[in-house]
Design a protein around this ligand. Structure first.
Ligand code: TRP
Length: 329
């Protein structure tokens, strides 16, 4: 049994990429592991220091997590900002994190290039906060995509450095959780690679039929194959990758055949794809709406999660304070 930690920033709704890339696997893995799933609302502030509706965004992600099948009894689901011990560990870890190494991380360089007017210290120390999130539960595994590998490596480095500096063997070095075959990369519909919030090419679990249709119909295609059984260019393959996760096998076979025979009509394929995504989303969307209208339930879940998370976190902070040498009179 592993201790698993995963955080998600609350800057936007969950999309199909989040679902098939991670959430679907979380739902399975939560019964076999000791899982902590949290909403990284502090991390969101590093890029969005004055969000218009911080609470609403956090509430939406919580409602969506639950709608996807994360089970607050089986796992620990909480808000980062509900666990003050994380902030304390972050403060302490900051003393052992060097400005130079933080400045060299790719995500920091990326973010300051995109937003040169907001080079704040929270952005610089983002990996320190993320390390605190992870090692506060002494996690052994963290499911991460490519873009988070470096941050996880930093978490390992901070854990190792702590052990070395204070001559203890306290923190474990968190390893990536590999879903292996189960991991599906969902492409965006604009032909530019993966589906992402910041890329603005996402289909959200909360999107309704009309929105989905509009987005799918706008997807980039080409003028169609001219030779039978020809290989698909990436932008067409992308549509089939989406079909693979939401459509019936017979539907997929039908359109693959049409493509192979050069008889494909992209308009028909998109219409079908939009319908299948809508059907896939429908029950999830309904549960999201249900959760959103049930504030008592969300409050209960958040409270229970915070209590469970703090139990584990406060033990770590107590030990760490002792290791540093803090003592009461
Ligand atoms: N940085 C992660 C992301 O953008 C979110 C995150 C914050 C996280 N803390 C974490 C992920 C701890 C895993 C573990 O996706």
């Amino acid at each position: 049994m592993e201790t698993v930690v995963s955080g998600i920033r609350s800057t936007g709704n969950l999309h199909l990429g989040n679902y098939f890339g991670a959430l679907k696997n979380f739902v399975k893995m939560q019964h076999e592991n000791n899982c902590y799933f949290f909403i990284a609302d502090y991390h969101s502030l590093t890029t969005h220091p004055t969000p218009d509706d911080l609470h609403g965004k956090v509430k939406q992600v919580l409602a969506e997590y639950l709608a996807c099948g994360l089970d607050p009894e089986a796992s620990t689901i909480y808000l980062q900002s509900d666990v003050p011990e994380i902030s304390e560990l972050y403060l302490l870890l900051n003393m052992n994190a060097y400005v130079g190494e933080l400045e060299r991380t790719t995500s920091f360089k990326d973010k300051i290039r995109k937003n040169p007017e907001n080079v704040n210290a929270g952005l610089l120390t983002y990996p320190v906060l993320m390390a605190a999130d992870i090692i506060i539960h002494n996690a052994t595994r963290v499911p991460v995509g490519k873009d988070q590998e470096q941050n996880l490596e930093m978490a390992r480095k901070f854990a190792r450095r702590f052990n070395n500096m204070y001559k203890v063997d306290y923190f474990k070095e968190p390893q990536p959780y590999n879903f292996g075959e189960a991991l599906v990369k969902i492409p965006g519909l604009d032909g530019t690679g993966k589906m992402g919030k910041s890329e603005g090419n996402g289909i959200y679990l909360f999107d309704d039929a009309k929105t989905i249709k509009k987005k799918v119909m706008k997807a980039v295609t080409d003028s169609g194959p001219t030779e039978k059984n020809s290989e698909m260019p990436e932008i067409i393959q992308n549509l089939f990758t989406l079909m693979d996760v939401v459509s019936d096998k017979s539907t997929i076979d039908f359109f693959r055949e049409k493509y192979a025979e050069c008889e494909i009509r992209y308009g028909d394929l998109k219409k079908q794809l939009a319908e299948d995504i809508t059907n896939f989303n429908a029950p999830i969307r309904e549960r999201i709406l249900d959760n959103l209208s049930n504030n008592d339930y969300l409050r209960k879940v958040a409270k229970m999660g915070a209590e469970k998370a703090r139990e584990s976190a406060s033990k770590t902070v107590k030990d760490v304070r002792e290791i540093f040498g803090f003592k009461s009179f």
